[in-house]
Design a protein around this ligand. Structure first.
Ligand code: GUN
Length: 285
């Protein structure tokens, strides 16, 4: 029996429609500022997609493009300007940043109340503590995909492969908050196939095409593949060997069309959450 393919595009479209409804009920337009430094082609595509999706949802989106040699002090000044702008509810500085800029320094300069990525240490700490906060967009999207499939993490063995600050660690925190038994595997993990074999929920976020093989998995596992890897022939592939895994898993996300659209939909939702919080029509995050 084959796995159910999780249609991230359809689930994201429904979420975006719900966010658009929330926006249309507000007496103001939530404001999102996206900052892109340099000319990384993948980042340029992501930023364009974010700006377009926000505008389509009724959010007032602006993209600030800075040159690849921008000094750190100039970016800090831009962040300070956006922090002080009352029309801006949400700030996103696209990563990675050029080598002359310390990402940590920039992320710590963003007003935590406008931190739409949830990357400021205050918000990272709140998430680790299980307190209400903006959750990073991709991990939030992962949890929503599980929810849309009726998969409750409570009591289940969840394996997160990858320990990045953007995906692996916050996804582990959200799964823990949802009462899963969480393991985080990484490059030093001794026996990755054995860890995969135990998993009932598997989140792959390492950035290595086809690393996780179908014959490592247990029947019925829910596989969420966050990896987006460009193959030599130009096609995109996830971190999981899709064809092999789809024969064994209960659910699996495709790449593309799985997690990617959810990241953008959750960015829009985070923007509206922050706008409502800042402007007083608060709903519990
Ligand atoms: N680069 C890749 N993913 C992300 C993300 O979720 N947020 C930001 N700011 N940069 C990224």
């Amino acid at each position: 029996m084959g796995a159910t393919i999780i249609d991230g595009r359809a689930i994201a479209a429904r979420l975006r429609a719900r966010v658009a409804e929330r926006v249309s009920a507000l007496p103001y337009k939530p404001g999102l500022a996206v900052v892109l430094v340099g000319e990384d082609p993948a980042s340029a595509i992501y930023v364009r997609n974010k700006d377009r999706a926000a505008t389509q949802t009724g959010i007032s989106a602006q993209t600030i493009r800075l040159g690849p040699n921008t000094p750190e002090a100039d970016l800090l000044r831009e962040v300070a300007r956006l922090n002080a702008d009352p029309a801006v509810d949400a700030i996103l500085v696209q990563l990675p940043l050029p080598g002359q800029i310390r990402a940590r320094t920039i992320l710590e300069a963003i007003d935590p109340a406008k931190d739409v990525d949830g990357f400021h240490p205050l918000n990272v700490g709140r998430l680790a503590d299980g307190l209400p906060t903006v959750a990073p967009c991709t991990p939030r999207g992962v949890m929503k995909l599980l929810g849309a499939c009726g998969i409750d993490p409570a009591g289940k063995r969840a394996l997160v492969v990858g320990r990045s600050a953007i995906v692996g660690k916050p996804t582990g925190a959200l799964l823990l908050a949802a009462d899963a038994t969480v393991t985080i595997a990484h490059s030093h993990t001794r026996d990755l196939p054995a860890e995969c074999q135990r998993a009932e929920i598997l989140i792959a976020a390492v950035g290595r095409a086809g690393l996780i093989r179908g014959d490592w998995l247990s029947p019925g596992v829910a596989v969420i593949d966050v990896g987006i890897n460009r193959l030599p022939d130009g096609r995109l592939a996830g971190d999981v060997d899709f064809d092999g895994a789809a024969k064994v898993a209960g659910w699996i996300t495709p790449v593309p069309g799985g997690v990617g659209p959810m990241t953008i939909a959750c960015l829009l939702e985070n923007t509206v959450d922050l706008a409502e919080q800042r402007r007083g029509r608060s709903r519990s995050l």
